[in-house]
Design a protein around this ligand. Sequence first.
Ligand SMILES: Cc1cc2nc3c(=O)[nH]c(=O)nc-3n(C[C@H](O)[C@H](O)[C@H](O)COP(=O)(O)O)c2cc1C
Length: 171
Amino acid sequence: MEHTLLTAAMARVPGPVTVVTTVDDSGRRWGFTATSFSSVSLDPPLVLVCLDKKASSHAAFTAAAHLMVNVLAHEQEEVARRFAASGVDRFSGGDMQPCELGLPGLPGACVRVACSMYRVVDAGDHSILLGRVERTHVSDRTPLLYCDRSFSRPSPEAGRRPWSALHLAEW
Ligand SMILES: Cc1cc2nc3c(=O)[nH]c(=O)nc-3n(C[C@H](O)[C@H](O)[C@H](O)COP(=O)(O)O)c2cc1C
């Protein structure tokens, strides 16, 4: 499978936009933008995010005892771009505050998921960070989405769709 075919296919798959953070033993904060966030298990409560082994934050996250997943709200595109940029102070915006478990969090996030590190799984050129969910914070803000290499928000039309139309009873 050619890399370009795989990335072209995956670019069509919509995903949430998150900023994943941690704090190292010296008190330094680390963070990166990630769309690879997913739930994994209810018992125990597990979520995952995949981190490129070449990322400057890889050593910090694979050694971390905790991590925070901030699911961005639709007006936080600038935060997503800043935490994906290289060679900048990603925390310069001053928008990250100590939140659940004392981890760096965005008060305006759509959802925050604070985790203890459950396991780091080797997965090709990425590491899978498996977090055990310890605390959550949920708001009613509209989430930011990423699809076709663009940021977007769920359409108002989709938001108004009645749940019954999704045939949940058939699941
Ligand atoms: C929308 C978007 C989604 C991203 N998702 C991931 C991801 O899931 N995993 C990952 O390792 N990097 C992801 N990145 C890249 C990182 O945010 C970051 O740019 C990369 O770790 C390089 O950082 P560095 O300069 O500190 O090495 C994403 C970037 C963008 C813009």
